[in-house]
Structure formats: structure tokens, C-alpha cells
Design a protein around this ligand. Sequence first.
Ligand SMILES: [Zn+2]
Length: 833
Amino acid sequence: MNFQEAEDLDGVRFSWNTFPTNTFDASNLVLPIGSLYTPLFKKKDLNIIDNQNPIVCSNSNCQSILNKYTHFDHNSLSWICSICLSRNFLPKNYFANSSADNNNINLNDFDQILTSSTIEYKLPNKTSKFPSNIYLFAIDLALNADQNDLEEFESLKSSILSSINYLSEDSIIGLITFGKNINIYQLSDLNIIKNFSFNGDKFYSKSQIQEKLGILPEDLRSHSKKYNIGSNYFQKISTYNFVFEKIINNLKLDVWPIKKNERKLRSTGNCLNIIKNLLISCFPQTNVQILLFLSGPADYGLGKITTPNRKDTLRSNNDIINGNKNFHKESKTFYNNIAKEIAYQGYTLNLFIGSYDQIGLFEMSKLLNLTSGSCIFSDSFKTSIFKNSLIKFFESHSLINNNNNDNDNDNDIDIDNNNNEITNIGFNGSLQIKTSVPLKINGLIGNAISLNSMENSNPNLRVDLSKKKNFSNSNISDLEIGIGKTNSWKLCNVSSSSTYAIYFEINKDALTQTRTQMVYIQYTFHYQHLDGQYRLRVTTIQRPIYKLSTYKNFFLENFDEEAAVILISRLISFKKFNSKNNDFEKNENGIKYIDEMLIDLIRKFNFIDINTNTLLLPGTFLSFPGFTYNLRRSFLLNSFNYSPDELTYYNHLLLSENVDNSLVMIQPVLLSYGQDTLDKDQNNFDNIKTEAVLLDSLSIKSNRILFLDTFFEILVFHGANIAALNSYLQREPDKFLEKYGNQFKENFDKFLKSPNEDIKDILVERFPLPRFISCKEGDSQSRFLISKLSPTNAYKDGGFRGEEVHLLTDDLSLQSYFAILVEKALTNDSKKS
Ligand SMILES: [Zn+2]
């Protein structure tokens, strides 16, 4: 099976593409049974059915949608539902008489439905009360007011002003600033700047905010129909952009006096509380993009993570694990609660950070995770990472391509933003998964929130297709993995690379109830398109069921090691960041979990060559132990070089991204450019070989340039000879020319630029932009590269065979890791027999 082709077709990958017949066999597969689903993947030739509702199974407990795998009888116009096996009849006069007949479907569309596994419906007659593109800017004014920070502030203002050019003219904008106090600006007055100020140390309820801003409470609004809610604070960009510009241009940093060695007061928590209550008052249950620009930690009011005193350092990973500092638990609970409320409303919190200090991202992580927000994580608003990532963010929200970018890029590499493809993005979405009888759903891990509890608390939040009570609970497992106990989730904000991991278990009664030897899974994703229209994307998948004992090889042949390691990494991530005490789960637990899983796998499938005592893996498993080796060394399980904020940022992207990108995060890509055969004096650099090389210290060669992509960083590394030549060329260009000649210099120049094409390819697609590191053999920055490489030379003696599996150290080489796995698998084997 070609997993990539299957993904290109439907945006779905499975770890096991064959399903076992019972729970016992499922446990013998060791690795989780799950799928990675990318609802808005860029599909070539997507079949779009215009202005139609889908045909839904009449079984009220099922309501799955007529699809490719449905058995359709053209004579009786009836069909057997592939999920619940009920017989259904098409409504009379279902087919259109002419193409102008909008009420009924035309034969061509119907044919598409019966032949395509993925279909998108543009739903008729569905409009939102509110515009689909509302943006609330929230700007931090507590930057420190030395000269440097004024430049920083001006850079931020100019980025914000240029960003609004990307928004469509009917977009609605609002503006809030915060520092010691919180200000909400009126955008309706063309002549004077007017704002309402709130105390950053005080909690405001929704009614207090409504009263102060003159917004009528909900129960009075019906009496005055013409009343335009929140119109003073939210305005159309086409008419009021110059008011917005005027206010931004006139913004001043907070000037509240502070003592020496004190931070400025920053009331991020109370600001978010006010934003929540303002938006619920004006735009309940719709898509709103909150754009929070943040330059330091909250140290004032609710949600603070430290005090203004600079001597109070911010919490470290150890502080969090050991519960040393006062604020993080309380603060995390505060932000978790706000996150749930705004996700329920369909709002997305996007966080744009320009700060050398941590800002409290660890505490605020649920705001990103539950609302699927974007995060730009940079040291300063002056960096090109911030500026260009912000442009990319707004481009993705733009219906038209914007080719006149004014990039002032301080890297050597030009970033080509002229990507012709219009980015697909979906708002206020919901995902529902239906399965045929053999399968149950354990849960989902990704940027989502369960719809189950929401439906009970607020009927308005239900999705169209699940109006008649939740789809039969029979496919919901009692065993919860990630966000479980439901088959429906709200996905506030979905891009073309947003991917969700879904975990399945085998239903105990499966075999007696199923007539077919297939499982069917239907993913229905309901969302609001960037153009405001509601759409439904339906993907239906079929996979075979076999007895594991008889068809073991079939299971192995259809195993997708890439999907499997991502499903595992998300499991580890979920455990690490969702401990009950608002702490981190310890790395050792995760390492123990994957090592034991791998040893169990090797043992159950006999992946050992008994003669040589080495791993003997089938083709579909060849990379798997390497993946887990690198996963152990990644930020997820080797986290002590990172701050809590960095870990949260990396983890958020791991939970967001598609298979290709997640794989780069787990196992970085290393490319080599050079000619290994020539020695130093004979180098002519006119025939450069580019190849992917192992993540191994042996890949470092003095005549090579290496290019490392970790997703978060890209690094170019010059081997010793290259670095020396380059330094000579920079230092004494004339002598260089005299010694080596013009042709050599030209070739060498070209050679130095050889990674640039690969870098450009990455920068076009990637959001947020990666950090760029340039280094050479021996300098301090090259430690970053070394830390990602297996130290092959270091541990040839294999002296790391400890008693306990989880004692394996983080600088263990790949070869030693394999040897230990084999040894442990054999030991466990002998214990069993
Ligand atoms: Zn059905």
C-alpha cells in the first residue's frame, strides 16, 4: 500500500492499515491503532457539490452520509448504509430535471458522490448572523521605555499597520491595549481618539463591562432591533481603517513610574478576561480572531506568573515539576478556564510574542491548544522572523494573493511569498467521526475541544448534522485516549496542514455483528470557509479486517511507521502537558513508555536475527527504531535545554502539524553538499553532490556543507576546510583570487550558496518561519547541530547496558540503542519461557 498516495487522496493515514478481529489481537499489535486526519489538506481535483445538502442515512442513531462505499441499487433507488447497514430510499423526484433546478441534485454530482471517497458540499441557505472575518487586536504597552524599546515599539506598530492591508475590505476590526490598565478604543469617532479604561488589577464581570461600554445586555436587545451591538468598538476596515491607523500611530508606551529593578506592570490575564466578555457580548458563537501581541510576562492582576520584582526569576522546568514557585498552578487554571470559554464560542487566540524573557506560554498553552491559535515566537518585534511570519499569517487570511510584499529581510535569503496557491482555512469547525460496528473511538489528540459537553450546555452550538442527539454512543469507547468520551470535537481554526490524531479500539462484539470483512470510517468536517460560506467535507475510508494469526504478514506489509511514530509522539505529548496538577510529566516516564513498547513489539513479532543477535526488521519497520531513538532525543523527552515556554511552543506545533512536518520535528532532516573524495588542495567545487545523510556525527566532513532542518530551526554548517577557505576569502579576497584563480572562486561561491534552494523551498511553505542558524566546525553555535546527531564514535564499547530500560542516557548512540533493545527483548523472552 502506498501511504502517501492514500494521503493525497483523502488526507488520512493509519498506523495499521489492516484491522484485527478482536481486542486480544489488537493488544498483540502493541502499537496504537489510529489515524491522522487532515480535514483541509490541499487536494487536487477536489469534488465540490454546489448548493446541496448531503444525503443522510435515515437511522437517527447513525445519520452517516451516502458515499462511495454505499451499496446503491439504481433500480429501486435505495441504498444500504455502509456504517449501520440500514436500508434507505432516495426521496421522490430526487434528481434534477434540468441544470437550473437547484433543489435537486444533478446526475453528474450524484455520480461523484458514488465514486469519490472525499467530497465537499457547499451547503445551501446557511448564513451567519455575524460577518465571518472579525479581528480584535490586543497590544502590549508595557515594553520598557529605553531607546531600544521605542524602536521595538515603532517596529511593532508598523507591522500591525501593514498587516491590515491583507484583510478583505469587509473585515471587522477592534482594538485593545494593555499594560497597567486595559483600554478599549472607540473606532466610530472620526475626529477624536476615545477609549474606556479598565483597572488591570481588577476582575470585571460581563455585565460590568457591558454597563461601562454601554452595550445592552442580551435580554434587552430584542426591544431595540436596530441596535448595532458593539458598533462603537468594532468597525469595517474599509470605512474606518484611518481611525485605526490614527490610533495606532498615536499609541504611547505605558509611563507609570516603576522602581529600579522592577518590571513594568502587565495585566495580560485581566485583559484576556475583558476580551472574552466583550466578544461574548458582541459576537457570541462565531469566528473571531484575537491577535495578542505580547512582549513580556504577566506580573499584575489575575493570571500573573511572577511579581514586578526582577529578582523574582521566572519558573524553570524543575520548578514546575517540583512545584517550587507560587504562581504557575493558579495562573494555569485561570487561563485554562478562559481558553475553554473562548473555544466554546468559536474564537481563536493567536499569540505574537516579541520577548527575550519567557511570557508565560506554559501557563497559557490551552489558549492556543483549545482554540487552534497560531503562535509566532520571537525575541523581538524587530526580527525578520516576527515580521515575515506575521505577513504569512495575514496572507493565509486573505482571499486574494498579495504579491506586493515589502520584505525588509535581514537574512541573506530572500523569502518568496508569492505562493500561487490560495491557502485553505476553515473557521468555527466541527469534526464528527462515524465508524462501522467493528470499531470504537478512544479519543482525539490535537488542537480541539470535545463537543459532547458543549452540546449539553448549549444547544446552539450543535452542528447541523448532529441535531437529533449525539450519534449512537455505541462507537464511543469507555477507555479515553486524549480528548475522549465523544465522537465530535470543535475545531476553531483549521489550516490546510492542521492534522488530528484519532485513536481506535476493536469492538469486542465486532465479528458477530459485521457482515463484511471491512471497517468503514466516515470523517465529516463542518466549517465556515474564508468566503463566509458553510461547507461540509466528507471523507469515507474502508480498510480490511483480518485474523492476526493467519495474516500476520499482511499486517506487517500495511504498517505505516511514519503515522505510527506520530501517533505515539502525540500520546506522549498529551500525557506530558495534561497532568492533573498543571505540572509537566517527567521525561523518564515517556522514555520508559516507548522503550517498553518497542521491546514488546520486537518480541511479539520476532524482529531478531538469532544468529547475529541483531534487529531483523521487515521493510515497513526499517526506520521505526530510528524514529523512536530520535523521539527520545527530541524536545518531548529530552527537555532540559529548553524553557517551559519553548517546550510549550514546540509542543503546540507538534499537535498542529501534518505528517511530513511532524516527522521533521521528531527526526530532523540532514542534507550534505560536497565532494568527499577530493582532498583539501584538489578541491575545485565544480561538481557538487547533494544527498540526504544520516543524523550521525560521522556525517560531519571537513569538505562538506551540511544543512539541518528541525522544523523550528534551519541550520547551515561549514566543515573545517570550507570554513577556513571561506574565512580566507572574506579576509583577503585579492590573495584568494591570486592563489586559486577566478574559476575556482566562482565555483566556490556557487558551492557556498548550494543550500539556498532547499532553504527557499522550506520558507515558502513553513509557518511560522524557522530560526536561522549559521555555523562552522568548532564554533559554539555548532553545538546545536552536534546535539541532534548520534554520537557514533563515542560509545563503541557498549558500556551502557544498565539494569533498567529507562536508564538509557540521552547521548546513547543509535547502534548502542539497537543493541540494548535486542538484549532486553531477549531477556524478556527468556523470562517468559
Ligand atoms: Zn446508517
